[in-house]
Write a protein that binds this ligand. Structure first.
Ligand code: SF4
Ligand code: SF4
Length: 545
């Protein structure tokens, strides 16, 4: 059984970084305007892309489902405002290589008219957990901490084991990103409601909201809302500020002193972790009937005039958000989605904000993550000291560089959370995380190729088996038919008797009708004489007439 610590622990490794959150927290959280066009990607989550439900020319309402989830690990997509579908096709999406992907383009009508989504639930805190999960799924809610894993799946632990501890992750540890802090300060009531619903869905025994201790206002706001709700079974616990305290495994360690096993999941320990923004989204869906059509995004950096936190409609182009924040400054050097540690560069500001977009960083040259010519590894082990996952980053680098994908897994590559601490301290400026991502991608691709060829081989074997089965069945059917046609012994004798009788009749006919006795008693003498003459003639010609 997991027990919450009275005093949170320090995580292993990590870095003390300049947080740079004050810039975006100077203004209160506000709603961004609805743009003229929304570009809504069909895939904004981990799992299968959603399948289209609309066509070009369709009129849609805010909150209406425009794409459905085709599988268990997937999420539907909804119209973020009312308007008309004017295009469906490939458009730039926020993805590290700057790729394009299928999007639905809505020309908004300015009315922002809502659909009846049917998501709202009365007495949700007494509701059946399965019904809660079903509505969370229908609302298209995914983890808003950045991973984008479908929340309904995480609400279904798939085990009979009780959930000992629900951890609400509010330890927003990456520099510059302050969307969760803004949400906690501005909408703590919504968060508390969402946490209670999640607790109901999981039937969790204990609940804790973990907040970094450099966010006293957020802690105060949450505590106030808990008190107002008369909720004394949910704890708000400040954890030591250090990057990456907001990593799932790291936060669990800080709060409960438990280590999630290598390649394991928190549920293996009876723990489930949800992001604080996700909790607010769950409350909005089930209490107000609004699916996930917006989220809070931090727009910040020296490259934007008025950094702020905005409630943004999903599908709003980044360029619109920058405009909302006063436009670019002349210091802008690079546009990132996410923070400086784990974010990725955007090739253009035409890409839309999606469900997992927590921050747009318009970085100046000074704020840009350092890149440069990498030197050789000097085995200084600085990377080992800061690794929060207890890995050997230099060994991982070595095997990734050598493309030795078997050995690298022996060093627990998949426990790497890609926090970037190792690369940050590396004196040789080796882009270590890029090597790890490359190795992971290669392993996944080899694995899926292996699975694909296994499936192909299995399909081939099944086909051969089926053909042999069919051939055997055909032969059996034919043999049965032959057997049915073969005449029985009694039948053959009867047939032969019939043939013999027919031949006898023909033979008799040929032998002449004279053999047939005639009744001539009532004929005249003259008639009888004529018949006798004819008989004599027939017998002299061998019966031919
Ligand atoms: S910090 Fe860089 S140079 Fe030092 S051991 Fe790690 S990879 Fe090598
Ligand atoms: S990126 Fe991976 S290897 Fe590097 S410090 Fe973070 S967890 Fe460790």
């Amino acid at each position: 059984m997991v027990t919450l610590l009275e005093k949170p622990k320090h995580i292993r490794g990590g870095l003390h970084l300049d947080v740079n959150k004050a810039q975006s927290l100077q203004q209160p959280l506000r709603a961004a305007g609805v743009p003229e066009h929304l570009f809504i990607p069909l895939s904004q989550h981990i799992g299968e892309a959603a399948e289209l439900l609309v066509e070009i020319g369709d009129e849609v309402l805010k909150g209406q489902s425009i794409a459905r989830s085709p599988g268990y690990i997937s999420a539907p997509v909804h119209a973020s405002s009312s308007g008309k579908i004017v295009a469906i096709g490939d458009y730039p999406v926020p993805h590290p290589p700057g790729m394009q992907a299928p999007c639905v383009v809505i020309e908004t009508d300015g009315r922002d008219q809502s659909a009846d989504t049917g998501l709202r639930m009365d007495d949700v805190l007494d509701a059946d957990p399965a019904e809660i999960r079903q509505r969370v799924r229908a609302a298209g809610i995914v983890g808003l901490g950045g991973a984008g894993f479908p929340t309904s799946v995480k609400l279904n632990t798939g085990t009979t084991r009780a959930v000992d501890l629900l951890v609400i992750n509010a330890a927003e540890c990456e520099p510059y990103i302050s969307c969760d802090e803004a949400l906690m300060c501005g909408r703590s009531k919504e968060i508390v409601e969402g946490v209670r619903i999640i607790r109901r869905a999981l039937n969790a025994r204990q609940v804790v909201i973990g907040v970094e201790d450099n966010m006293p206002k957020a802690v105060e706001s949450l505590q106030l809302s808990l008190d107002e709700a008369g909720e004394d079974t949910i704890r708000v616990t400040p954890v030591p500020t250090i990057y990456p305290a907001g990593g799932e495994k790291q936060l669990i360690y800080a709060l409960a002193g438990e280590e999630v096993p290598s390649q394991g999941l928190p549920i293996d320990l009876g723990i489930v972790c949800h992001n604080v923004g996700t909790a607010a989204a769950v409350a909005r869906a089930l209490l107000q009937g609004e699916p996930l059509i917006s989220r809070v995004v931090t727009v910040t950096g020296e490259g934007v005039r008025q950094p702020a936190n905005l409630e943004v409609r999903i599908g709003t182009p980044v360029a619109e958000l920058i405009r909302e924040c006063g436009g670019y400054t002349d210091k802008v050097a690079r546009l990132l989605m996410g923070g400086p540690m784990m974010g990725f560069s955007l090739s253009s500001d035409a890409v839309p904000a999606i469900k997992t977009t927590n921050c747009i960083l318009a970085a100046s040259y000074r704020e840009t993550p350092k890149t440069g010519a990498a030197g050789p590894c000097i085995r200084c082990s600085d990377c080992v000291d800061v690794c929060p996952a207890g890995l050997l980053p230099q060994q991982l680098y070595w095997y990734a560089h050598a493309r030795d994908f078997d050995r690298i897994q022996d060093y627990n590559l998949f426990d790497c959370i890609e926090c970037g601490c190792c690369a940050q301290v590396c004196p040789s400026h080796i882009p270590l995380v890029q090597y790890y991502r490359f190795a992971k991608t290669e392993i996944w691709s080899q694995e899926s190729e292996r699975q694909f060829s296994d499936m192909a081989r299995q399909r081939h074997e099944f086909r051969i088996e089926r053909l042999e089965r069919e051939k055997k069945a055909l032969e059996e059917r034919r043999a049965k038919a032959r057997k049915a046609l073969k005449p029985k012994v009694g039948d053959a004798t009867a047939k032969q008797a019939e043939i013999t009788a027919a031949l006898e009749r023909v033979k008799a006919k040929k032998a002449g009708q004279s053999v047939v006795p005639r009744n001539t008693s009532n004929l005249t003498e003259e008639q009888r004489a004529k018949i006798a003459a004819a008989d004599r003639r027939r017998s002299s010609t061998g019966g031919q007439t």
